[in-house]
Design a protein around this ligand. Structure first.
Ligand code: ZN
Length: 143
């Protein structure tokens, strides 16, 4: 059975990220600054290059790959919760190239913002903490 908690909407911060910033670090920094412990994030924009991950279920490790070209952020969706006492942003992105071809994956450090409009919503409710999960090897919510 799925394990779910209930959340109410909180305030929203919305704005643009700095040109040249690391996309994941920038969003994480906003969460730290604003004291966001539970929330969700979405963004659109463009990056000058990306680094994404794919979780290899057989070996239980991420394979990271880089795409060194300008790309549109077609969709960034993610959540914010706690890992090791700090806010952790877990986001996935779909990126598009000049021909409309899409790439996607788990957002990793090393993705550089060209321009990005970002919205982060605080959620009011129980704070979820990530712990290493034996079944998957992933840092999943301990609930
Ligand atoms: Zn992921």
């Amino acid at each position: 059975m799925a394990k779910m908690e209930k959340y109410g909407p909180g305030r929203v911060v919305m704005g643009r990220l700095d040109h040249g910033a690391d996309l994941l670090e920038e969003i994480t920094g906003i969460c730290r600054k604003e004291g966001i412990r539970m929330g969700r994030v979405e963004a659109i924009g463009a990056v000058s290059g990306a680094r994404l991950g794919f979780y290899k279920q057989e070996t239980r490790e991420y394979r990271f790959f880089s795409i060194d070209q300008p790309l549109e952020i077609l969709k960034l969706a993610g959540n914010i919760s706690i890992k090791d006492g700090e806010p952790m942003v877990h986001a996935h992105v779909v990126l598009g190239d000049k021909d409309g071809k899409a790439f996607g994956g788990h957002l990793a450090p090393g993705t550089t913002v060209f321009a990005c409009e970002c919205m982060i919503e605080f959620l009011e409710g129980p704070v979820l903490e990530r712990k290493s999960d034996r079944e998957t090897g992933l840092p999943l919510w301990d609930m």
